[in-house]
Design a protein. Structure first.
Length: 158
């Protein structure tokens, strides 16, 4: 019934890289509460495992960072798609409310917002005007599985 997001992701060639509802520990990939969808932190994972690991440095290749963030964001969007498809009520719109990006960085790295733009841009590409959101970009000393990036989001559906 609510397959419009899946159709959009497929039409934009945003690949599904993980099996449905795959998590690394004792949590759910998303929670729906009062028309808000809380997407758990996503990593640049595929069915073969973590693809991008290590610390982000001042000289880290921007194309590598873009690939890591876009893979992570695609995992986030496919989890959102699963939530929408599982919903029994008709959903007409999805709005991104908040985006949080965590980056495994060396001391002195400061381009966090530039890297999170790759995620923001992809979400806006998928959701149009409803993709614009508030956000925070944070540098951290480590992430699960030594991932380069972890991204979580909150969406509203109506």
């Amino acid at each position: 019934m609510n397959d419009f997001l899946e159709t959009k992701l497929i039409s934009l060639k945003i690949d599904r890289n993980l099996s449905k509802n795959k998590t690394l520990a004792n949590y759910k990939p998303f929670i729906l509460s009062h028309n808000f969808v809380f997407i758990s932190g996503q990593l640049p994972l595929t069915n073969q495992g973590i693809r991008y690991t290590g610390k982000i440095k001042k000289d880290t290749n921007l194309n590598l960072l873009q690939s890591a963030v876009e893979l992570t964001t695609s995992n986030l969007l496919w989890n959102l798609c699963d939530c929408v498809k599982e919903n029994d009520t008709i959903i007409k719109r999805i709005k991104c409310c908040s985006l949080k990006g965590y980056f495994n960085c060396e001391d002195g790295f400061s381009d966090h917002p530039k890297i999170l733009d790759f995620s923001s841009n992809l979400i806006v590409k998928v959701l149009g005007e409803d993709g614009y959101h508030s956000r925070v970009a944070i540098g951290v000393s480590s992430l699960p599985l030594n991932s380069l990036v972890e991204i979580e989001a909150i969406f509203s559906i109506f």
